[in-house]
Design a protein around this ligand. Structure first.
Ligand code: GLA
Length: 391
């Protein structure tokens, strides 16, 4: 009798804790995750030295203190599996092992993350987690990982929801809070189901470091990527975010103006802000983008309501996001080849036509004055004007 009672009490206790844990998991990303990831700049040339240097640079540049919290190794850190099936880091590029690297990142006051893939191999052909999900999750937790990005190459006939849920359960079983970043490129419409699986999910193929265009394997330029985000705005929110891919800011293929546009639009989209440039060597212009605290504050707004495109006329667009204090962030975006005037009307952003509101320019960092009914500005080619509108 006592044994039955104990078993029942145990089950009740487990039920209580699994659901409490589910709540905690959501709290892992109350606002969109911010950090740095090795892929956009280093791809498969990543080493432990690179990660240490970039971690140092995140501290020295002030990026850590501005909110860039996670230091993430992407693909190519894995080499093989040992005789028991545990994953082994590449001994040439990560000779000290992943635990030592995680310790280093933690000692700098940041969090640490790794990458794997739901299939047999990663996109770069390293060992994937298929069939080793629990073993891998256990290792990540032992090493002190705080974040896992989980890719979707070489998955043949696997079901995305089942595969991602399996790894979620494996991570959960470790008892360590680990942010789970799904990367199926939007293939299985994760916005419809992934809110219960991870804290963020990619909505599209890789963002390339260029203004526009698409490539056959699914990569795309900034404006093509942006068009993919339209219509997904209702699915993001505190604890579960749409991820239009990482920042290309400062990687080198776009202009400073175009990078400022990406950063502004990502803030409107409540997108994760995962930098990918060489932070140690960034120019003052790039630092001024990544460290603009007013734009970061829009991205990290506690209400967590993703913004949306409210108007597109030809190549001129208006994007807006509602903020927790009742104000709006607005981006006037000019895709065209020359400077253009773009206006936003108060009625388009949910305010009465006659309202008088204070407008602040977040890149000029100055109050522009009080405006009635609308605000208009000249916007440079491929650029933005980003303001807040405060009643
Ligand atoms: C995929 C992902 C990228 C990156 C690479 C690594 O393409 O979408 O973000 O992780 O794999 O191989």
């Amino acid at each position: 009798m006592n044994a039955v009672r104990a078993a029942l009490l145990g089950m009740i206790a487990m039920g209580c804790c699994v659901s409490a844990w589910g709540q905690q998991e959501k709290m892992l990303a109350k606002t969109p995750p911010m950090g740095w990831n090795s892929w956009n700049k280093y791809a498969c040339n990543v080493t432990e030295e690179v990660i240490r240097q970039e971690a140092d640079a995140l501290v020295a540049s002030g990026m850590r203190d501005a909110g860039y919290e996670y230091v993430l190794i992407d693909d190519c850190w894995q080499a093989s599996r040992d005789k028991d099936g545990f994953i082994v880091a590449d001994p040439k590029t990560f000779p000290s092992g992943i635990k030592a690297l995680a310790d280093y990142v933690h000692s700098k006051g940041m969090k640490f993350g790794v990458y794997s893939d739901a299939g047999s191999k990663t996109c770069a052909g390293r060992p994937g987690s298929l069939g080793h999900e629990y073993q891998d999750a256990q290792k990540y937790a032992e090493w002190g990982a705080d974040y896992l990005k989980y890719d979707w190459c070489n998955t043949t006939t696997q079901d995305a929801k089942a595969s991602y849920t399996l790894m979620r359960d494996a991570l959960r079983a470790t008892g360590r809070p680990i942010v789970f970043s799904l990367c199926d490129w939007g293939t299985a419409k994760p916005w419809l189901w992934a809110g219960e699986v991870g804290q963020l999910w990619r909505t599209n193929g890789d963002l390339l470091d260029k203004w526009e265009g698409t490539v056959e394997w699914g990569g795309m330029g900034l404006v093509n990527n942006l068009d993919k985000q339209v219509g997904l705005e209702s699915y993001g929110g505190p604890g579960h975010w749409n991820d239009p891919d990482m920042l290309q800011v400062g990687v080198g293929g776009m202009t400073t103006t175009e990078y400022r546009s990406q950063f502004s639009l990502w803030a409107i989209l409540a997108a994760p802000l995962i930098a990918g440039n060489d932070v140690a060597k960034m120019s003052p212009e790039i630092a001024a983008i990544l460290l603009n605290r007013e734009v970061i504050a829009v991205d990290q707004d506690a209400l967590g309501r993703q913004g949306r495109r409210i108007r597109k006329v030809g190549e001129l667009e208006v994007w807006s996001r509602e903020l927790g204090d009742g104000s709006r962030a607005v981006v006037l975006f000019n895709r065209s080849a020359g400077a253009q005037k773009i206006a936003v009307k108060w009625t388009e952003i949910g305010y009465p036509a006659k309202l008088v509101a204070a407008v602040r320019d977040l890149w000029e960092k100055k109050e522009l004055g009080k405006f009635s009914g609308e605000f208009e500005a000249e916007v440079g080619s491929h650029g933005v004007v980003m303001v807040t509108v405060r009643p």
